[in-house]
Ligand binder design. Structure first.
Ligand code: UFG
Length: 323
């Protein structure tokens, strides 16, 4: 299939492109490089540097490369930043999706996989989170993705667009070529590894008084390869219907547990310092992955936290200054 991957030069996008190519698909990356890296894009993929808000550029990309489906990953995705600047998130995420959908419908492309997020659920009280758990986002980032999910539902009802929304939990780990390289880095595992590598003195632990067993936030960390695999399965669903799936393993680790595991994996000292809670952070997010396993036979192969951290560490050591 000819697949347009928006945000295909980003951390998760670049791994999705690798997996698409591995499965015999053609990948066309559409990325403005505001966050992504040209070097992250596999050499076999077509690369277009353009912005989603440029409707003509999107239409040209879809037509020129005879695109059959879109994997839409381009987005701003930081919870903390979205709390400080909500309009940035509604503009880029909701505005970008609106422009993309207009272009797709104009040229008759009616299949899309959306990278959505656990942040659309907010802070549910019962775990694990299923697809039926009510979506009540606690930050503008999650709200913006929920708005895109809603747009897709209406586009299905009205224009016959088929979509799969994949609600990611916490993507982590690396492949041999592709790893996490953000500026600034805000995510837990790369920050912990920066300390292990001696590039920072300590890890800030944002909140130690949450209602969790050790007081630090609990997340469901999913290896980026397992995450990317689900996109390949989702493309097949688009032939028949629209769907929504959670993507996590169903097990949670606290911030303190992640730091401890990183100490074991790297054999380095990783000092921590207590810091105030980060605005918008829910205490616990753990997925139920039952639906995607049952419906699509999704079979995660990289779920051990030590292996996830080990892969991220290998990439970090091989790319000490990022891409
Ligand atoms: N944390 C720290 N110190 C750090 C960085 C993070 O204590 O230096 C904590 C955070 O407060 C949070 C946990 O580690 O409790 C995980 O934080 P991340 O920033 O790694 O990830 P988030 O859970 O905030 O968000 C990520 C993605 C979102 C996605 C969400 C879904 O960035 O896009 O997972 O669970 F929506």
């Amino acid at each position: 299939m000819n697949v347009l991957v928006t945000g295909g030069a980003g951390y998760i996008g670049s791994v999705v492109v690798e997996q698409l190519l591995k499965h015999g698909h053609q990948a066309v990356v559409f990325d403005n490089l505001s966050k992504g890296h040209r070097a992250a894009v596999a050499p076999e993929a077509v690369f277009l540097q353009a912005d989603l808000h440029d409707n003509d550029a999107v239409i040209r990309a879809l037509e020129t490369h005879k695109i059959e489906a879109v994997i839409h990953m381009a987005a701003d995705s930081l919870v903390g930043e979205s709390m400080a600047d909500p309009l940035k998130y509604f503009g880029s995420n909701v505005g970008g999706a609106n422009s993309l959908l207009n272009a797709m419908l104009k040229v008759g492309v009616r299949k899309i996989v959306l990278s959505s997020t656990a942040a659309t659920y907010g802070a549910p009280e019962t775990m694990p989170i299923t697809e039926a758990t009510p979506q009540r986002p606690t930050n503008p980032y999650g709200e913006s993705k929920l708005m895109i999910e809603t747009m897709l539902r209406w586009c299905d009802a009205t224009y016959g667009l088929r979509y799969v929304s994949l609600r990611y939990f916490n993507a982590a780990g690396a492949t041999e070529r592709c790893g996490e390289d953000h500026e600034p880095e805000t995510h837990l595992i790369p920050n912990v590894l920066r300390v292990a590598a001696g590039k920072a003195e300590h890890v800030n632990v944002f909140g130690e008084d949450y209602p969790t067993p050790d007081g630090t936030c609990v997340r469901d960390y999913i290896h980026v390869i397992d995450l990317a695999d689900a996109h390949i399965l989702a493309l097949n669903v688009l032939e028949r219907r629209s769907e929504v799936y959670n993507l996590g393993y169903g097990s949670g680790y606290s911030v303190a547990e992640v730091v401890e595991m990183a100490r074991q994996v790297t054999g380095r000292r990783i000092p921590t310092e207590a810091a105030p809670r980060r605005a918008g952070d829910p205490p616990v997010l753990i997925a139920s992955p039952d639906k995607i396993m049952r419906d699509l036979g999704w079979n995660p192969r990289h779920s051990e936290l030590d292996r996830i951290i080990e892969s991220a560490w290998r990439w970090h050591v091989a790319h000490p200054n990022g891409y």
